[in-house]
Design a binder for this molecule. Structure first.
Ligand SMILES: Nc1nc2c(c(=O)[nH]1)N[C@H]1C(S)=C(S)[C@@H](COP(=O)(O)O)O[C@H]1N2
Ligand SMILES: [Mo]
Length: 406
């Protein structure tokens, strides 16, 4: 330990931010000393997460919500799941942040400062549902490797930014444009700066939708550090992996983007259904686009106990990727019969929809409440597991909670 030097004010400020509170005797920390809290950081404090959230992995950081934490119409930072493939970039600064737009299909590459984006283009706000393609993975059998998400890798926050299409039109796009791929500032776990962690993308049609944003605010404030500060591509209704955090670049491509995690089997499912456990050749795996219809009961939390003779108010959210949800029903008899819930319209396209119902029970006993949503094309959630796939994506089985009437 070097007793001669002490930490500089800026390193001390960074440390305090990392720990989530002021270090009272911070001025006394010898230079070169590593705090215990740095070696085993309190991720809840560090990233402002509810202590009921579940840490699935610390390296990279992956944290999921529980169903009851997602009860708000607009998901607060506290309850928003975290999915990282690499390391959270350090010392992020909005000043001097540049976004480079290049690729075979731009007329001429150019970059915008964040400030320029904000001052040049009109701002829009949308509530956008972001669900990880692997949400629900934990239920597949044979199991799939990766984060064992249960139900909590979904959010619907208010995102504010400029439209990607306004920016692309300003830059000038060639006729042969097919895809827009993103590039981000996070570092590979290996620490190798030449390795890109993840660089996915969206077809032009999705890129040009009015709700597809280059966002700089979440819920009315600068985007939280771990959710992509200071700039993020946000494309609701698709696997959240296309919504690139810490956005540094966009490549307008004349072919399907081929960055890391675009290749098979990442974020792909068999083009045709397969039996559980089947090995599927790369060429028979298709890129996931719109997410399937799904719903979540967010109140009460599972395990609720109710006095007999009372009715139980339930509520939750339903979403269907690019489509709207047209109906949500619930069952208390393991799917034998279904009753319709009241369902709200989305506040805007690609936002989840709230549903509610007053449930009555015939007698004392143990019950399960199952919820099932149906999209505008008439496709409903499966009651149990949907099609098995090698990476465990797209589990949109009915959500279930347990209730005891005593
Ligand atoms: N730069 C970058 N963007 C990223 C990721 C990442 O690891 N790095 N993960 C993606 C995945 S797989 C998901 S599900 C969402 C998670 O967003 P969130 O952590 O804000 O909830 O971010 C996506 N964007
Ligand atoms: Mo994801």
């Amino acid at each position: 330990m070097n007793r001669r030097g002490f930490l500089s004010k800026t390193s001390l400020a960074a440390l305090s931010a990392a720990i989530g509170t002021e270090i009272f005797y911070g001025a006394q920390i010898p230079a070169g000393y590593r705090l215990i809290a740095e070696q085993d950081p309190d991720l809840f404090a560090r990233y402002h997460k509810d202590r009921d959230m579940v840490i699935l992995n610390k390296r990279p950081i992956n944290i999921e919500a529980r169903a009851h934490l997602l009860n708000d119409d607009v998901t607060p930072e506290r309850c928003m799941f975290v999915r990282n493939n690499g390391k959270v970039p350090v010392e992020l600064q909005a000043e001097n942040w540049e976004l480079l737009i290049d690729g075979e299909s731009v007329r001429q590459g150019r970059s915008f400062s964040l400030e320029e984006l904000k001052t040049t283009f009109p701002h829009y706000s949308y509530n956008l549902t972001l669900e990880c393609g692997g949400n629900g993975r934990s239920e597949f059998d044979p199991p799939a490797k990766g984060n064992q998400w249960t139900v909590g890798a979904v959010s619907c926050a208010t995102w504010t930014g400029v439209r990607l299409r306004d920016v692309l039109r300003e830059v000038g796009i060639k006729q042969d444009a097919v895809y827009v791929g993103y590039h981000a500032a996070d570092l590979h776990l290996s620490g190798d700066p030449r390795k890109e962690v993840i660089s996915r993308g969206i077809p032009m049609a999705k890129a040009m939708q009015e709700e597809t944003l280059l966002a700089f605010e979440m819920n009315g404030k600068p985007i939280p550090e771990i959710h992509g500060f200071p700039l993020r591509l946000v494309a609701g209704g698709w696997p959240a992996s296309v919504s690139g955090k810490w956005l540094k670049g966009l490549s307008v491509r004349n072919q399907v983007h081929d960055g890391p995690k675009m290749e098979s089997p990442s974020y792909r499912v068999p083009c045709d259904p397969v039996a559980p456990g089947t090995e599927v050749a790369d060429e028979n795996m298709c890129i996931i686009e719109s997410m399937p219809v799904k719903s979540l009961i967010t109140y009460p939390r599972t395990g609720a106990v109710l006095e007999t003779g009372r009715s139980l108010r339930i509520n939750g959210h339903a979403w269907a990727g690019e489509l709207q949800v047209k109906e949500v029903s619930y069952s208390i008899d393991f799917g034998a019969t279904w009753q319709e819930c009241t369902l709200d319209k989305p506040v805007n396209r690609l936002a989840w929809q709230n549903f509610r119902a007053a449930v009555t029970f015939p007698s004392e006993g143990y019950y399960e409440i199952w919820a099932r949503a149906t999209d505008s094309r008439g496709v409903s959630q499966p009651m149990v597991l949907p099609g098995w796939n090698p990476k465990g994506y797209l589990n949109n089985a009915c959500h279930r909670i347990a209730v005891k009437v005593v």
